[in-house]
Design a protein around this ligand. Structure first.
Ligand code: PLP
Length: 453
């Protein structure tokens, strides 16, 4: 459905896109949005079932947020936080976050994206362990299929092959352990808890082989989003937490997708019952109206860096847009709306409804597994459900997504997992519409291509 003149030169190097496929098909150009709907350039309406890139939690066209941004721009379009400078919106936002976070005593570093938040996490670990005289404690363990961003360092945390290939990633010092993918990797008859124990045995072996004194931190998304909406198996996080405590390893909680209500609680770590040492946040922090990320660290970590900063003359890390005042004002407004409108409780209620409705697809011939919690879900397409045999790569997922587009539904395929992650403000009738359109799309994908269940 290209609306870009096919004889024109498309002037963009597109992010996370198959260049050749896009040249053949052209870009899909969206023109405007309202609530949970978007309209393309030709005027066709879509239910936006992916909240953009897991981020537009309050939907599109929110006048109150637009007004807040306009006012903030009029008041002070820019102010920075270098060299002891600050501003009210940034301070109030940090205060608000530290009140909300499930951490006892924290301080906030602001950035602009999830990737830079995770870069900051890595740099803070290095700085901190150098500061406390443990310079050998530097490695970071992530998981296969994790997604933590695409900069050189956060891309090294990411465990998805396409984000590494040809970029010479991961960099040294980044390790990847088992992804806890119960549906794909469990053995016949193995319970979720037994499976969780098994993957944690592999992790413990890795820690012992590498040497616990060389490992600074373990990073995890509560639900692995871009890797295929992978939920932690029963008991995984509490046992992981205990294992990391045993070896004195930090747990970095990447809440870039789960943070701010996605799983029905404010943070994913609350849903899955674990205590983070540090946290990364972005996306729904501003409902994606403005770019903003935040890293929360414990007070003890901050205090350990004070003397070294004084010796060096400064903490040599910060972005021009760290705590941008317009983004901070927007985030404050978004957090106010979450609270005022009980958005997280609404997400929990709508989430239960969505999950229950999606379960009907378990019987669909193309579907092997339906999983999710709150307002995030994955419908995993499978050639043979019994033997968990996947389709040939690159066919089933894109075919279903193309059918969704035809039916006026925006979703995203992660390989053969159809990801569903609507704005948190979605209502029951809108969920009915989403599920109905997805059902039609699965049927037509099956008919058109002869995809076999
Ligand atoms: N962490 C997680 C869990 C993500 O899902 C993403 C992006 O989807 C990122 C980090 C990177 O965020 P950004 O794309 O804003 O750099």
């Amino acid at each position: 459905m290209s609306q870009y003149p096919s004889n024109s030169h498309y002037p963009i190097v597109p992010p996370t896109t198959n260049f050749r496929a896009m040249e053949e098909n052209g870009p899909q150009i969206m023109a405007r949005g309202k609530g949970i709907y978007q309209w393309d350039k030709a005027g066709k309406q879509y239910l936006e079932g992916m909240a953009g890139l897991w981020c537009t939690s309050l939907g599109y066209g929110n006048e109150e947020i637009a007004e807040t941004a306009a006012e903030a721009m009029r008041t002070m379009g820019f102010a920075h936080m270098f060299s002891g400078r600050s501003h009210e919106a940034g301070i109030r936002l940090a205060e608000k976050l530290t009140e909300m976070l499930p951490m006892e005593d924290s301080r906030i570093f602001f950035g602009v994206s999830g990737s830079d938040a995770n870069d900051t996490q890595i740099k803070l670990m290095r700085y901190y362990f150098n500061a406390i005289g443990k310079p050998e404690k530097k490695k970071i363990i992530s998981r296969h299929l994790a997604y933590h961003g695409v900069t050189l360092a956060s891309g090294s945390l990411t465990g998805i092959p396409v984000n590494h290939a040809l970029f010479d990633l991961p960099l040294p010092g980044f390790l990847h352990t088992e992804c806890p993918f119960y549906y794909r990797d469990s053995m016949d008859g193995e319970s979720e808890t037994d499976y969780a124990d098994r993957v944690l045995v592999y992790l413990e072996k890795m820690i012992q082989t590498e040497g616990p004194d060389t490992i600074a931190a373990f990073i995890a998304e509560p639900i692995m989003g871009a890797g295929g909406v992978i939920l932690p198996p029963e008991g995984y996080f509490p046992k992981l937490r205990a294992l990391l405590d045993k070896y004195d390893i930090f747990l970095i909680d990447d809440e870039v997708i789960c943070g701010f209500g996605r799983t029905g609680n404010a943070f994913g770590c609350e849903t899955f019952g674990f205590r983070p040492d540090t946290m990364s946040m972005a996306k729904a922090l501003t409902s994606a109206y403005m770019p903003l990320s935040a890293v929360a660290i414990p007070e003890s970590m901050y205090q350990a860096m004070v003397d070294p900063c004084a010796e060096q003359g400064a903490f040599g890390h910060g972005f021009t847009y760290s705590g941008h005042p317009v983004s901070a004002a927007v985030a404050l407004k978004v957090l106010e709306i979450y609270e005022r409108e009980n958005v997280f409780a609404h997400a929990a209620k709508m989430g239960a409804y969505l999950q229950q409705k999606l379960q009907h697809f378990s019987d669909h011939p193309l579907v092997g597994n339906v999983r999710g919690t709150g307002l995030i879900a994955g419908v995993h397409l499978m050639k043979d459900k019994e033997t968990r045999t996947p389709f040939k790569p690159g066919i089933a997922g894109p075919t279903v997504i193309a059918a969704c587009f035809e039916n006026g539904l925006v979703l995203r395929n992660l390989g053969d997992v159809i990801a569903i992650c609507p704005p948190l403000v979605i209502t029951e009738p809108e969920i009915d519409e989403l599920v109905d359109k997805l059902g039609k799309s699965l049927d037509s994908a099956q008919e058109k291509t002869g995809l076999k269940g």
